[in-house]
Design a protein. Structure first.
Length: 453
């Protein structure tokens, strides 16, 4: 600690010694320079003093002239500025006038703006109110559209159901036996088509019940059912039951064992279904207020079930007859051809001097009827013949003629139900339709009354 202090003291003393040496030298130089400056500034003679005065006067005169010129310039500048200020004052006055006008315009515009703002506010309030009404209308419209879509969907569904019902009724029309059955089906169709009628199902059921009773009278008369081997009279009435008549419409007098085992046809499920459909029709015919079906979809469901049951009846009749004829169809065709070839066909023989059978075409063979004790098969087709007019010698001498002609024929073969597939003792009965030939050969002036006379 002492050593640094000693070094510092020594250094300070050395610096002081150097300062004492240098300061007198610096002071002497400063004195010399100051003397030289004073000597240069002080004149040495009167001439120099006068010269200096003249120079000062000249400089003063020049500065005065420059000042005067500056004053003149300032005056000119001031004059031009005053002129410019006058112009600007006019402009200012004009601008003040314009400002006043614009201020008035601004006030009027502000008043107008306020009015417009009030109108805008009122319009916005009105728009808000109308928007609320519009939203309510849109919601109402949306609800109506949803309801309309629902109604359209229901209408489409009802239309598709109506179309399906119409198709089913048209299909039934092609299978019924007479015009009265067709009129019953037409009445049923019109009843279903009247969607505004709450009792459409009742009218439909009435028409279908009438059709069922007519079909039973046509397809299964009581006396024919009573003659079958399987008939068992009803204990109360002694007549065939409705169930037995349905079975007869399907299989005729064929035995149950033959139908179920040999033909593989079971009429019992269909019989139950038809009886339920008939009972449903009877219920709707005698319906009372408490059990009326008014909902269209339920009405359509009931009508669909009834139509399906009726269609099943015709399907069962067709299937049963197809199963009966299928094993012997070729034999029946051959029997029909043999019957036409083995005997003279009187209908054709009356048309010409001679005739020759060229070909027999069997187009269709089916079960025509199934009675209580017999079954009748029917074959239909065409008979190609050569009609010879004149003797053989006339033909050779070009005095006769031969004409090729085709006639439709029908051939019925009736056999016992005890052996429905045994054709050994069956005697075919046939007929050839030559009416078109006779009509073509009849003179134009032919009058039917002339024959009667």
């Amino acid at each position: 600690m002492i050593e640094p202090i000693m070094y510092f003291g020594i250094g300070f003393l050395v610096a002081a010694l150097f300062g004492l040496v240098v300061v007198p030298l610096v002071h002497g130089r400063a004195v010399r320079l100051t003397m030289r400056r004073l000597e240069a500034a002080t004149p040495l003679s009167m001439a120099e003093i006068h010269a200096d005065k003249d120079q000062l006067r000249a400089e003063f005169a020049m500065s005065t002239r420059r000042l005067e010129m500056s004053v003149e310039q300032l005056k000119n500048k001031t004059t031009s500025q005053f002129a410019e200020i006058g112009k600007k004052s006019d402009s200012i006055n004009r601008l003040k006038i314009e400002l006043g006008e614009k201020t008035a315009t601004i006030f009027s515009l502000e008043a107008r703006d306020k009015t417009l703002r009030d109108q805008l506010r009122a319009t916005e309030d009105e728009i808000a109110a109308k928007t609320t009404v519009m939203h309510e209308a849109e919601r109402t419209l949306s609800d109506k559209e949803a309801e309309l879509a629902k109604l359209v969907g229901a209408l489409d569904e009802r239309s598709s159901v109506a179309d399906a019902q119409k198709v089913e009724i048209v299909a039934l029309k092609t299978q019924v036996a007479d015009e009265y059955s067709e009129s019953c089906l037409e009445g049923a169709r019109r009843a279903l088509a009247d969607h505004d009628n709450p009792l459409r199902l009742n009218f439909f059921a009435t028409a279908m019940r009438i059709l069922f009773e007519h079909m039973m009278d046509t397809l299964a008369p009581n006396d024919e059912v009573a003659r079958t081997a399987w008939f068992k009279p009803d204990q109360k009435s002694g007549k065939p039951t409705r169930s037995q008549r349905i079975v007869y419409a399907i299989q005729g007098g064929l035995s149950e064992s033959f139908v179920t085992q040999d033909l593989q046809v079971d009429p019992h499920p269909l019989r139950k279904r038809l009886l339920e459909a008939f009972d449903e029709c009877s219920t709707r015919v005698h319906e009372r207020e408490h059990n009326v079906i008014a909902e269209p979809s339920k009405q359509d469901a009931v009508a669909e079930a009834i139509l399906a049951a009726y269609a099943s009846l015709f399907d069962a009749i067709r299937d049963c007859r197809a199963a009966v004829v299928e094993p012997i169809v070729e034999t029946l065709d051959e029997a029909a051809v043999d019957a036409l070839l083995s005997e003279t066909i009187l209908e054709v023989d009356e048309l010409a001097t001679h005739h020759y059978i060229q070909e027999v075409y069997v187009d269709n063979t089916k079960v025509h009827t199934i009675g209580p004790d017999t079954i009748t098969y029917r074959s239909t087709g065409s008979l190609d013949v050569i009609l010879q007019f004149g003797s053989n010698s006339d033909i050779r001498n070009d005095m006769g003629a031969e004409i090729a002609q085709s006639f439709p024929f029908v051939c019925d073969i009736q056999v016992s139900l005890s052996e429905p597939w045994n054709l050994e003792w069956a005697e075919p009965r046939y007929g050839v339709d030559v009416s078109k030939w006779r009509d073509a050969m009849r003179p134009d002036d032919f009058e039917p009354d002339e024959i009667d006379d």
